[in-house]
Design a protein around this ligand. Structure first.
Ligand code: MN
Length: 296
């Protein structure tokens, strides 16, 4: 099932070219603040699913093209992100570590945005903002200390995710924390529809230029390992998101670009990029001459 959020917090099931409004069945108030209804939906999904399926023939139905999709989980408890989790990306970044010996970092929930929300580039002269295409995992169950063989228990579904970053040597979290630096969507595909998430083609274009093309089989720390590692440290909650890492081919985006990410069996997002005038801080005052081949 493809679970989407649209038109101001409504919950929809995507069915081909249409979307069925199941907000009422899910018992969610689209106007609630904070918008944590999707967390309850994910927690209670097994119990709600029969009612959702029963409502599909009669619930309000719209053409997918006529609605505005929003990020499916706007208030996750946390976004866990694994750095340098493909060897080829590690080589292009000249990183001497991998996710297997570095662990993870966090992106703030406030950075999460949707497939139709433009990425707002901060005004940080002399710096590049790079795209990172990643498979997003949405956690479905509260777990702590989960063993790798039990990883499927914890997974609700999958989404496309962009881990945007200002390149530099400052704290990674600082450079990855800007609003709109974590587009997630266009919906969540429930785990039953992705039998093998460790064999998904993932591609990213900027405009017509193919920048990243990889398969999740090349993850260094695999999905069971990522869940085991995260849950060893923290309680994972329904709606938590794991950014699984980006393959090689990262590069800069500028005002007017459109970032297209496509993941097999999951979906596609076309995210516009706009130049904003906010976000400069003294932290970025010092120039950065990076060891990244990609940076001109
Ligand atoms: Mn990343």
């Amino acid at each position: 099932m493809r679970i989407a959020r649209f038109d101001g917090g409504k919950i929809g099931v995507v069915d081909g070219d249409s979307i069925v409004d199941v907000t009422a069945v899910c018992g969610i108030d689209p106007a609630e603040w904070p918008a944590v209804g999707p967390l309850r939906l994910i927690r209670d999904f097994a119990a709600l699913r029969p009612a959702i399926e029963a409502a599909l023939p009669t619930a309000p139905r719209h053409a997918l093209a006529d609605v505005r999709l929003e990020t499916p989980v706007p208030w996750p408890n946390k976004v866990i992100a694994y750095p340098v989790n493909y060897h080829a990306h590690g080589r292009e970044m000249q990183a001497n570590y991998r996710a297997t010996n570095q662990g993870f970092f966090l992106k703030p929930s406030s950075a999460v945005s949707g497939p139709n929300d433009p990425v707002e580039l901060p005004s940080v002269p002399g710096r590049e903002v790079h795209h990172e295409s990643e498979l997003g995992i949405v956690i479905g169950k509260e777990v702590r200390g989960l063993k790798r063989e039990d990883w499927r228990e914890a997974v609700f579904g999958y989404a496309c995710l962009l881990d945007m970053v200002v390149r530099g040597r400052e704290e990674r979290v600082f450079r990855k924390a800007y609003d709109t630096f974590c587009p997630v969507g266009p919906w969540i595909v429930t785990a039953d529809e992705v039998p093998d998430p460790a064999n998904l083609d993932m591609k990213l274009w900027v405009g017509d230029e193919l920048r990243q093309s990889a398969n999740t089989r090349d993850l260094v720390l695999d999905i069971p390992g990522m869940i085991e590692t995260a849950s060893a440290v923290m309680t994972l909650y329904p709606g938590d998101i794991i950014a699984t890492g980006t393959p090689e081919g990262v590069g800069p985006v500028v005002d007017g670009d459109v970032i297209r990410i496509v993941i097999d069996q999951v979906g596609e997002m076309n995210v516009p990029v706009v130049q904003g005038n906010r976000g400069m801080t003294e932290v970025f005052a010092q120039p950065y001459v990076p060891p990244i081949i990609k940076q001109n």
